[in-house]
Design a protein around this ligand. Structure first.
Ligand code: 13P
Length: 267
């Protein structure tokens, strides 16, 4: 049975004062929720602040990207050990904004994924198609190519390491990000199932364990129906993660879906 996961991606938002209010709001809202994992991926300058506020709570923190190199003359880049030094356990990789605005590729995503797992970070690999690709019926082709670019670089030992750190996939249709347009639950389910089958071709046990979360305009009012889908193991939340009440409501939706799933399995 997979444990659901809700990840807030703050993107380039926040300052010391607003972060403190937001994190305190999230802490008090999720402290009694024990059926799922919760993560906030904050801008790098605020990781220290996140650690100070979150280290004795049930909320994890992580980075929004990481470089594949361990150190060196890479101005502006952050190495995996720098994230782990600050207590990060998760890192987003291959987000569509990194791909589209910062020219990152499947190749860089693969290199970063490898560096992240070797550092003991849990990578959250984002995959998803653009609107044009969606309308052309290319969703599975695009998602498969983004997944394969990473999976193909993993030897058996790397794959075992990726499982040991509980790698996560995030399906984020680009046309749903920040647009208010979200995939319908059955649309998301179909792609999540496709992702799981693709992992099963490599390793069926891994496929059953890997968490696949959905991102793209997830809000408090649509979270529960998305999370109720059998292959949707939680969400990657952008805009709504910047509002404590909204984010907590999404965390509650995950928690209650997980709780009812457990109950259904027992009865
Ligand atoms: P929104 O929730 O704002 O659509 O953003 C989704 C996203 O990009 C999370 O990584």
């Amino acid at each position: 049975m997979r444990r659901n996961l809700v990840v807030g991606n703050w993107k380039m938002h926040g300052d010391m004062r607003s972060n403190e209010m937001l994190l305190n709001g999230i802490i008090s809202g999720v402290q009694e929720l024990h059926n799922a994992d919760f993560v906030v991926c904050v801008p790098n300058p605020y990781l220290f602040q996140a650690r100070a506020l979150l280290e004795k709570t049930n909320i994890h923190w992580g980075g929004q990207n990481v470089n594949q190199h361990e150190e060196g003359a890479f101005t502006g880049a952050v190495a995996p050990h720098m994230l782990t030094d600050l207590g990060c356990t998760y890192v987003l990789l291959g987000h569509s904004e990194r791909r589209n605005l910062f020219y990152e590729t499947n190749l860089t995503a693969a290199a970063r994924f490898d560096a992240a797992i070797k550092a003991g970070l849990t990578p959250i690999l984002c995959v998803g198609e653009t609107l044009a690709e969606h309308e052309a019926g290319l969703t599975e082709v695009i998602v498969a190519s983004q997944m394969d670019a990473v999976m193909a670089t993993l030897g058996e030992q790397d794959f075992a390491q990726a499982m040991a750190v509980n790698m996560v996939f995030a399906y984020e249709p680009v046309w749903a990000i920040g647009t208010g347009r979200t995939a319908m639950p059955d649309q998301a389910q179909a792609v999540h199932e496709f992702i799981r089958h693709r992992i099963a071709r490599r390793n069926p046990d891994a496929a059953a364990k890997v968490r696949i979360i959905y991102g793209g305009s997830v809000k408090a009012n649509n979270a529960e129906s998305l999370f109720a889908m059998p292959d949707v193991d939680g969400g990657l939340i952008g805009g709504a993660s910047l509002h404590a009440e909204e984010f907590v409501a999404i965390c509650q939706a995950t928690n209650s879906v997980t709780a009812s799933t457990c109950l259904a399995e027992l009865t």
